[in-house]
Structures are given as structure tokens and as C-alpha cells.
Design a binder for this molecule. Structure first.
Ligand code: GUN
Ligand code: FE
Length: 451
């Protein structure tokens, strides 16, 4: 890869509430994709002077400098912390259905098609390209239950340059005959085979890594949860993802199937699947005890406001409370669980949903600000995926996963940008009105990946 040099405006989160706007910044990315220099307030005339001091990077001197114009800026790439790749073709379908009806009538028939590797190859290529186009530089993907298709998904991410966590979905019961693991034993064997494949595909998890993915407790029996918990114990860095307190119907059925546990936190913890490597999706209906356990066990929350507010009987998660308690929170599109592949849509819906919760509960403190939603889409998501040492902000030593945003001529936002607008105004307008036409370039590890 070639080194990259940018001069101009860079915007990233430093805390959930605080966004840092770096003006007249100079950012240098080495050929290995790492940020090697970052300073603010550098006049454009002085760029070469600073670059010449970076003697450890000799090839930098001949690298071109991208000078960002007014209205252009860099932000960190978006992280989608909850995404069902095989639901790419069903986005928008079955809105308003209760969870089990939606799974049985819409989702399982769609996911079952991934038995065919050729279909998986074609559809996953479109899915990964589609998310890269929307600026999703990291995705935490559920595959289908098929080992072969899930390998294809991981390979597609690697080839197209998307950072990803990829999991074979475990589901050995509460599903129709045409789409269910043969048995818990077979589900675990397929998982082991997938993990072995991942060790060969990307041995150091430079870009893609496996993630344990029990669909949710309803689709698993004790043998399956126990087997996955044993793998999690054996592999101390491996991430884990599932759905948690997502819908009233789901909470109720989980209780019936696992009467020995009075709540889902205890259930997953018992099986070794509730810890600082876990990404719990939705988290709409946890009780106070479970919220305490999320914090104490350092579990991450994947907030999916688009699906939460369009699925039947789902709802508005208590995100304000999570942020205030210091629980890790990121955003998820949920892919076909919602209707949009855009994290910008999730950002806006996170704000809208929190307003709804504030009005309905009379608790003005429930409101989540736009800055906080941007944080969840970037640094918050990186923390949820345990990747914040690598991505989520701009800092020397981190990898360059970034979006070049343009609000210049020909773009939708340009109609709103006026000379009097500050950079903060333009940033706000981009978050509230922008779309993929404003995402001019997408970089992962310094590689340009938008097709
Ligand atoms: N719960 C179990 N499976 C799913 C799924 O595919 N999507 C969502 N949103 N919830 C689930
Ligand atoms: Fe989901």
C-alpha cells in the first residue's frame, strides 16, 4: 500500500459527549496502514517541513498530500456492532411482526438459501460492498447456520478489505426443519471446523476474526450453550455475540425454556457467555439487576434503534442509562432486522428513539445527543468489539479506518451548507441529513475499499 497524507479537518469523539474538531490538522498514514503522525494547527505551507522530519518513513516524502477543502473532513470509520449478513435481501420486510413470527415467516426462509455456496458468494459480495459503501469499516456479522457459507462470508470480508467479526450461527432447536442445525453436537462440530478455517485465513486476526454466535437461548439447549461456553474458556480472546432481552415475547419464551434462571443475565453467565468479550444485541428489556450485571461483567451493548422501533413489541432501550453507568454501547444496523444498511440512519434513529423514551417516561434525562450517537457509531462501537486499541478514533499508533466526507458541489448536503456555517454546523448537518453520497472515500487499514 502507499502512504497517505491528509491536511485539513478531522473530527472524532474523545468521550461520549465530547467531539474533537481538529482544524488545520496533518495526518500521516504509513504504508502499513497505521497513523504515524497527527497534529493540529499546522499551516498548509508547513506540511512538507513536518513530513521531512519523519525520517523513519522515507517513502513519505514522495507521497501526495490530500488537502481537504472547506466542507470536507475525515471521521473514523463506522462500526456496525450487530449485523446479520444473510438478511441482506430481506431488509424492510415483516415490520411489525412479533419476533417468533418474523423469524419463522421472513428470516429463516431467507437464511436457509445460504445452503447454496454459490448463492452465498454472490449475496455476501453484495452485502459487504453495500456496507462498505455506507462507511461500515468494521462489522460484527452473524452468518447463517451453514459452515461453508460462513467461511465464504469471512473470506469475502478479507478480500474486500472490511474488518469483521464473523460467526457461524448456532441454532439447534425452536426452528423449522428446513433451517435448523442437525443437533447440538453437529452445531458445535461445525463451529470448530469454522474456527480452524479462520485460524488459517487470518492467523493473527489482522482483519477478520471469528466470534461465537449462539442465535439466542431460545434456539439453543443446555448442551449447545455449555459447549460454546467451553470454547469461550479455551479461547480467552474470542468474542461472543447473541440477542439479549430484545422483545417481551422473547423474554417470556426464554423463561419457559429455562425455568431454572430468573433472568437472561444469569442464564448466559452460567454458561460462560456473559463477560467482557460479549456483545449483547438490543438490550431493551433488562431489569435493574441485569443492567447491574451488564456493567459488572463489562458486557457490551449493540444498540439497534432501527429494528427496535419497527419490529413488533420491541421498543426503546435505556441507552442514556447505559452511557451514564459507563456500560459499553455501540450501534448496530441489524441488517434485515431493520430496514437500513446505513449507520447514519442508526445514528438518527438513536436520537429519535431516545426522545420518544424521554417523552413517554417523562424522563428528560433519557435523551441521547447527536454527539453521543456519533460516539456510539465510532469509539463506542470499537470498545464494544474490543478493538478500541486499533480503531474508533484518530491517534498515532492506531490503524487508519476512516471516511472522507464531502459536502461539496453536487452533494445533497451542499444545498444546506452556507458560507456562514462553521465546521461544527456542517458536521451536524452531515449527521442529520447526509447519506452515502457524502461518503467519498472509505479506508480500512489505510486501504481504499469503497467500490
Ligand atoms: N433473535 C433471534 N434471531 C434474531 C434475528 O435474526 N434478528 C433479531 N433482531 N433478533 C433475533
Ligand atoms: Fe439481530
Amino acid at each position: 500500500m502507499v502512504p497517505l497524507i491528509f491536511h485539513g479537518t478531522f473530527i472524532h469523539s474523545v468521550t461520549p459527549r465530547e467531539v474533537d474538531i481538529i482544524e488545520n490538522g496533518l495526518l500521516v498514514v504509513s504504508a502499513t496502514g497505521k497513523i504515524v503522525f497527527l497534529e493540529r494547527n499546522i499551516p498548509v505551507e508547513d506540511v512538507q517541513k513536518h513530513i521531512s522530519t519523519l525520517s523513519s518513513e522515507p517513502d513519505l516524502r514522495s507521497a501526495p498530500v490530500t488537502v481537504l477543502k472547506h466542507g470536507e473532513f475525515l471521521i473514523p470509520g463506522f462500526l456496525d456492532t450487530h449485523n446479520h449478513a444473510p438478511q441482506w435481501t430481506q431488509r424492510g420486510m415483516g415490520r411489525g411482526l412479533l419476533i417468533m413470527d418474523w423469524l419463522n415467516t421472513v428470516t429463516f426462509p431467507h437464511e436457509a438459501r445460504f445452503k447454496d455456496p454459490e448463492y452465498a458468494r454472490e449475496t455476501y459480495a453484495k452485502c459487504v460492498d453495500g456496507f462498505l459503501k455506507q462507511g461500515v469499516t468494521t462489522a460484527s456479522y452473524y452468518g447463517s447456520l451453514h459452515g461453508e457459507a460462513t467461511k465464504i462470508l469471512a473470506k469475502t470480508c478479507l478480500e474486500k478489505g472490511q474488518r469483521a467479526l464473523v460467526g457461524k450461527c448456532n441454532m439447534a432447536r425452536s426452528a423449522p426443519d428446513f433451517y435448523v442445525d442437525e443437533s447440538s453436537k453437529e452445531s458445535l462440530e461445525t463451529t470448530e471446523d469454522f474456527l480452524a478455517y479462520m485460524k488459517e485465513l487470518d492467523p493473527e486476526c489482522r482483519l477478520v476474526q471469528p466470534i461465537l454466535t449462539p442465535r439466542f437461548a431460545i434456539c439453543c439447549d443446555e448442551e449447545l450453550l455449555d459447549g460454546l461456553g467451553k470454547i469461550a474458556k479455551r479461547e480467552p480472546k474470542m468474542m461472543i455475540q447473541t440477542h439479549f432481552d430484545e422483545a417481551r415475547q422473547e423474554v417470556e419464551i426464554t423463561r419457559q425454556l429455562f425455568p431454572q434462571f430468573s433472568n437472561e443475565a444469569d442464564l448466559y453467565e452460567y454458561f460462560g457467555l456473559f463477560n467482557d468479550r460479549t456483545i449483547m444485541a438490543h438490550c431493551i428489556y433488562p431489569n435493574d439487576y441485569e443492567i447491574g450485571r451488564l456493567k459488572e461483567c463489562d458486557v457490551g451493548v449493540a444498540h439497534c434503534p432501527v429494528s427496535n422501533t419497527t419490529g413488533g413489541e420491541w421498543g426503546a432501550a435505556p441507552i442514556r442509562r447505559y452511557i451514564d453507568m459507563g456500560i459499553k454501547v455501540g450501534l448496530g444496523t441489524d441488517n434485515g432486522g431493520g430496514f437500513s444498511s446505513s449507520i447514519l440512519d442508526a445514528i438518527r434513529q438513536a436520537v429519535i428513539t431516545s426522545n420518544g423514551r424521554a417523552v413517554m417516561t417523562g424522563d428528560r434525562n433519557a435523551v441521547v445527543s447527536l454527539n453521543e450517537a456519533f460516539y456510539m457509531a465510532t469509539l463506542g462501537g470499537a470498545k464494544v468489539c474490543n478493538l478500541s486499541d486499533k480503531v474508533g478514533t484518530f491517534a498515532v499508533g492506531k490503524e487508519f479506518d476512516a471516511l472522507k466526507i464531502t459536502t461539496a458541489e453536487g452533494d445533497r448536503v451542499s444545498t444546506l451548507v452556507e458560507d456562514v456555517d462553521t465546521i461544527a454546523d456542517i458536521f451536524e448537518k452531515f449527521l442529520m441529513t447526509g447519506d452515502d453520497r457524502n461518503i467519498a472515500s472509505v479506508y480500512v487499514q489505510g486501504r481504499s475499499v469503497k467500490n
